[in-house]
Design a protein around this ligand. Structure first.
Ligand SMILES: CC(C)(COP(=O)(O)OP(=O)(O)OC[C@H]1O[C@@H](n2cnc3c(N)ncnc32)[C@H](O)[C@@H]1OP(=O)(O)O)[C@@H](O)C(=O)NCCC(=O)NCCS
Length: 132
């Protein structure tokens, strides 16, 4: 498949999480559900936040999820995370999603999004993030 330039891979640190897509994750077209990718994206952001400080976090916002290329069964999908902003009770995390495909292990950019995670106490009230 000919891919747009925006879908070409970049060099990264190790991913926060990496998952192989299975048939249970597909829609009627045989592609992976966008919602499956979003749930892992959310999980990767939460893991990133927990590395910053050991709080409980809730997802406040997912910003600008634009799926550039489809994900297929058998693809290995990597979720790379970085801190964009560390606030008092929230952390904004950029998550970049890439798929590796086939014997050639062609790397395809799938999407990139910003996630705002808010640290909460046992009552669900925002609480100050105290970095490790
Ligand atoms: C997350 C939640 C606790 C925040 O409550 P809130 O009353 O908006 O809290 P605050 O106004 O004190 O904001 C908390 C932090 O979120 C940030 N924030 C709030 N709305 C934001 C927005 N639209 N964009 C970016 N950051 C935002 C604030 O800037 C603040 O961060 P800071 O302390 O680092 O500056 C509350 O909205 C909530 O419980 N939402 C549901 C979360 C959830 O269940 N997610 C899973 C959905 S299935």
């Amino acid at each position: 498949m000919l891919l747009p330039r925006s879908a070409m891979a970049e060099v990264h640190q190790p991913p926060q999480i990496r998952v192989v897509m299975m048939p249970k994750d597909t829609n009627a077209r045989g592609h992976i559900f966008g919602g499956v990718i979003l749930s892992y994206l959310d999980l990767a952001a939460a893991e990133h936040a927990r590395e910053i400080a050991p709080h409980e976090y809730v997802t406040k916002l997912l910003r600008e999820v634009d799926f550039i290329a489809p994900v297929l069964v058998g693809d290995t999908v990597s979720y790379y995370t970085e801190t964009v902003r560390l606030g008092k009770t929230s952390v904004t995390i950029r998550v970049r999603v890439e798929a590796r495909r086939g014997r050639e292990r062609q790397t395809i950019k799938v999407t990139e999004a910003e996630v705002v995670m808010v640290a909460v106490d046992e009552h669900g009230t925002p609480t100050a993030i105290v970095p490790r």
